[in-house]
Ligand binder design. Structure first.
Ligand SMILES: Nc1ncnc2c1ncn2[C@@H]1O[C@H](COP(=O)(O)OP(=O)(O)OP(=O)(O)O)[C@@H](O)[C@H]1O
Length: 444
């Protein structure tokens, strides 16, 4: 078994693309198969090395390691051999229409109430006419002659699929400038690289009908590939994601402080019948069932991802969390805050709370209470019972209890109305900082 993730390096990966990468990777690993990364860079004008590097970086960050890597731009001689074969069997035919002529034909068909598909006029070209066109300096583009029928397959997600080839224009496989199209390159690669399962977005369903037809014309058996088309992932408003707008890009999620396993766990489960939960990679592989993927489009839900990320951070051991922490941070600090951050980007705030400075909110109505807090603050040395001793004394002095006792303290000491346990924070803050926080709050 061998699967591939085949992005075009025309932008940064977004969560939609990543969903496919995750599905291919987990499915391959679950069944002991190989996972190939193929850079589909036939679109020379839009492909850029910086995007290619970013794709590798994003996949490596997610932990989706690949066994092999290939790039379409370095396989031109393989495509040339396939082109020769298709020309020899008469399945690839030259077309001399200009873009302008094709548009005019399309409009005429629409006006006549016909489907705007290519009329195959160039199939009727005589050798003489062809020679004349070439003598006039015209270079053809080449179309693949589709078979007259439907292509059917049993999809692992969409179940019974059928593409009516008679309702589609014969696809152009070679442009007039000689560049070849992804439609051909992808089939040649999938065949020659021994791909067994093609898992990709629903946007490729029609393509699949065409590609099965091309694969057969190149000598493949009809059931050579098993397909799975996963519905597209939409943004929270139901809009399309695009590589070009950096919408929900992996790069920005990484910069925001989302843990890679939160994303993998989320993408393994979004749009499936299984509930999202934080998993290790081993757990995600063992639990992956492609048949649980739903047929309808899924929406990306940031709140769900953040909830998973919160759990992932909560479980992150200090040794791994270290890379997100200030150099001087201790395990005690991490243990105190890890249950209270959705994003690693929030960690510096808690570092400032325990080791740096904060701006306390003004609490004029609690000034007297905070003064009492300052007066009852136990002197050093501090120990296990300091928090208990302090709040018991403060309770007696102020007559307050519960929220009215704890909330003004929390606000004065941390600047936030929720967060890690105060008794833990107190130990990390120390006597001098606690005292000056209370003084600042009283003066604020
Ligand atoms: N919103 C999406 N949800 C799920 N899968 C997607 C989404 N958009 C693209 N894909 C899938 O991502 C994989 C990589 O495709 P590709 O690199 O062509 O991405 P793309 O975003 O469609 O690119 P482009 O914007 O350049 O057309 C394909 O399997 C494609 O079907």
């Amino acid at each position: 078994m061998k699967l591939r993730f085949a992005p075009s390096p025309t932008g940064y990966l977004h969560v939609g693309n990543a969903r496919q990468a995750v599905a291919n990777f987990l499915f391959a690993r679950r069944h002991g198969g190989k996972f190939l990364l193929r850079i589909d860079d036939t679109d020379v004008a839009r492909s850029k090395p910086e995007y290619e590097d970013a794709i590798r970086k994003d996949l490596a960050w997610l932990g989706l390691d690949w066994d092999e890597e290939a790039r379409q731009s370095s396989r031109m001689e393989r495509y040339a051999a396939a082109i020769d074969k298709l020309k020899a069997s008469g399945r690839l035919y030259p077309c001399f229409e200009t873009e302008y002529e094709l548009n005019a034909k399309r409009e005429m068909r629409i006006r006549a109430g016909k489907a705007p598909i290519y009329d195959r006029a160039m199939l009727k070209l005589t050798p003489d006419q062809r020679a004349r066109a070439e003598a006039n300096g015209k270079t053809p583009h080449w179309r693949f002659k589709l078979t007259d029928g439907s292509r059917k397959w049993q999809d692992l997600v969409m179940d019974d699929c059928s593409v009516k080839l008679t309702a589609i224009s014969d696809p152009v496989l070679i442009r007039a400038d000689g560049t070849i199209l992804y439609t051909l390159a992808s089939v040649v690669d999938d065949l020659e690289m021994g791909i067994t399962h093609i898992v990709r977005g629903e946007d490729h369903v029609t393509n699949t009908g065409v590609q099965i037809d091309i694969a057969e014309a190149l000598g493949a058996k009809p059931d050579r590939f098993t397909f799975a088309h996963l519905p597209l992932l939409l943004d929270s408003d139901g809009g399309k994601l695009s590589k070009r707008f950096d919408a929900l890009g992996l790069k920005s999620l990484r910069q925001d402080g989302i843990e890679p396993m939160s994303i993998v766990s989320y993408l393994a489960r979004v749009g499936t019948s299984d509930d999202p939960e934080v998993m290790t990679m081993e757990e995600a592989i063992a639990a992956y069932e492609i048949s649980h993927v739903s047929k309808s489009a899924a929406r990306f839900d940031m709140r769900q991802l953040l909830a998973l990320n919160r759990k992932a951070l909560h479980n992150l051991p200090f040794s791994v969390a270290k890379e997100h922490l200030p150099a001087e941070a201790t395990e005690e600090f991490w243990n105190a805050v890890r249950g209270n951050v959705d994003l690693t980007a929030e960690i510096p705030h808690w570092w400032d709370v325990t080791q740096g400075t904060i701006i306390p909110p003004s609490q004029p109505e609690d000034r007297e209470f905070l003064q009492q807090a300052l007066e009852t603050l136990p002197a050093e040395p501090w120990g296990e019972t300091t928090w208990q001793d302090w709040t018991t004394a403060l309770k007696e002095k102020s007559g307050r209890k519960g929220k009215t006792l704890f909330m003004p303290l929390r606000l004065a000491l941390t600047g936030e109305d929720n967060g890690p346990e105060l008794h833990v924070l107190l130990g990390l803050m120390g006597h001098a900082r606690t005292m000056s926080r209370l003084q600042d709050a009283i003066g604020a």
